[in-house]
Design a protein around this ligand. Structure first.
Ligand SMILES: Cc1cc2nc3c(=O)[nH]c(=O)nc-3n(C[C@H](O)[C@H](O)[C@H](O)COP(=O)(O)OP(=O)(O)OC[C@H]3O[C@@H](n4cnc5c(N)ncnc54)[C@H](O)[C@@H]3O)c2cc1C
Length: 397
């Protein structure tokens, strides 16, 4: 049996390994457009590779088909990733639920996948960008060869500099598959006019995405201000629900009750005399933020704190607990960590990853309409879908 895996990234290498383990007699060839396999893996998790999470569930992913996604994840949660990597000689460690290799080095993860491919005699063809996969008379033509089974594991469109230019979507479409419009996800948000005056400031905040008056998602963590808008992990998480229209409301006192904050500020204000508000608030956040909050509630920043009324303080806290930013868009593909949209799960068997349209065609990884949160969910999906596709496509007929 001849199997072609198109794309030598996280999911493609996994598919190749599981195919060979399932059927050592199968001839498995990985076609990779880059000069080396797994280039993107090296930059994951800031070079540490956050490869799974202790809390895997369909709720941590966006897909138009959560039921099929749930079926794929069933029985392949965190324990599956831990066992898979134990089998590759890579013990995992958890940090706030996020799983990393004990080495904290993405290179060790890629090495383990590469060594296993070598051991199993997976053939790897590098600098082999595939632009077309033709299916006729039960065989697939890929490059100059013909294959019985093909797995499209080309990733999405995020980080195109690492080889993912969306060509997998074109091949999926040409083979008759429905591809939901891909959008950049886990990406920074651009605000109307940008945030030049706050550029460089980082604050811990609650970030709430509001669409047409309704809160659709909330995350807490470090928010960064940039000349174009907002960044940081909570913002990247919110980007997955951006659909052309969104406000972000920042709570600069996350987890703190409105009344308690007002009380605390009132009692402190009694002892600080005539400090201006930006100086008074210096223990909470940088002056630029205080000035922005003052602008939001029409308070004069120069007013000495001991001249502020209780109403003024309440207005200030109210605004600081819901500081408003109009989102104009997201940054583009080069800045995105993943893709929202992709090959419709309704046309793919959730347990085998085989196409319901073309027999012998399989999918794995980001090419599918599955977009995970920050926290190891996207790589976890690559292992789950890659392993399922690999096992199924190598099974003898
Ligand atoms: C900077 C960054 C940091 C990230 N950090 C994390 C993290 O810490 N945790 C996490 O879970 N996720 C992270 N992700 C997301 C994660 O890396 C991806 O979701 C995951 O790699 C997808 O795996 P994949 O195999 O589907 O695609 P990829 O890993 O993108 O691999 C696809 C491969 O296919 C090749 N290819 C594409 N088209 C063709 C073609 N036509 N012919 C031949 N080869 C082709 C590409 O060159 C590439 O090597 C990060 C992403 C980025 C960009």
């Amino acid at each position: 049996m001849k199997i072609a895996v198109i794309g030598g990234g996280a999911s493609g290498l996994t598919a190749a390994i599981y195919a060979k383990r399932t059927n050592p007699g199968a001839r498995v060839t990985v076609f990779e457009g880059n000069r080396r396999v797994g280039k993107k893996l090296l930059s994951t998790g800031n070079g540490r590779c956050n490869l799974s999470n202790a809390d895997i569930s369909a709720a941590r992913y966006i897909s138009r088909d959560p039921a099929r996604l749930r079926a794929s994840l069933e029985g392949r949660g965190f324990d599956f990733a831990r066992e898979m990597f134990r089998g590759l000689g890579v013990p995992l460690t958890l940090e706030d639920g996020r799983a990393y290799p004990r080495s904290m080095r993405a290179a060790s993860v890629l090495d383990a996948l590469r060594f296993e491919c070598e051991r199993l005699k997976v053939e790897t063809v590098l600098e082999a960008k595939i632009n077309e996969t033709v299916h006729s008379s039960k065989v697939f033509r890929v490059g100059a060869g013909t294959f019985d089974r093909v797995c499209l594991a080309c990733g999405g469109k995020a980080a195109p500099g690492q080889g993912t230019d969306g060509s997998g979507f074109d091949m999926a479409r040409s083979l008759g598959h429905r591809v939901y419009e891909p959008y950049p996800a886990l990406v920074q948000l651009r605000t109307e006019g940008g945030e030049r005056d706050l550029k460089g400031i980082r604050v811990r905040a609650g970030a709430r995405a509001v669409v047409r008056g309704e809160a659709v998602r909330e995350e807490t963590g470090e928010v960064q201000f940039t000349d174009y808008g907002l960044s940081g992990i909570p913002i990247m998480q919110l980007s997955s629900v951006f659909n052309g229209e969104m406000e972000v409301l920042l709570d600069l006192f996350p987890g703190e009750d409105f009344g308690a904050v007002v009380e605390a500020l009132l009692s402190m204000s009694e002892s600080v005399g005539d400090l201006a508000l930006p100086d008074f608030m210096g223990g909470y956040f940088p002056k630029g933020i205080t000035r922005r909050v003052c602008r939001g509630c029409a308070l004069d920043t120069e007013t000495p704190v001991n001249r502020l009324t209780v109403r003024d303080i309440k207005r200030f806290v109210q605004t600081a607990k819901a500081l408003r930013f109009n989102v104009a868009g997201t940054n583009s593909w080069p800045d995105a960590q993943t893709t929202r949209g992709g090959v419709a799960l309704s046309e793919v068997d959730p347990l085998t990853m085989e196409s319901k349209i073309v027999r012998g065609l399989y999918f794995a990884g980001e090419i599918l309409d599955v977009c995970g949160d920050c926290g190891g969910y996207n790589l976890h999906w690559a292992w789950v879908s890659g392993s399922r596709a690999g096992e199924a496509m190598a099974a003898p007929e």
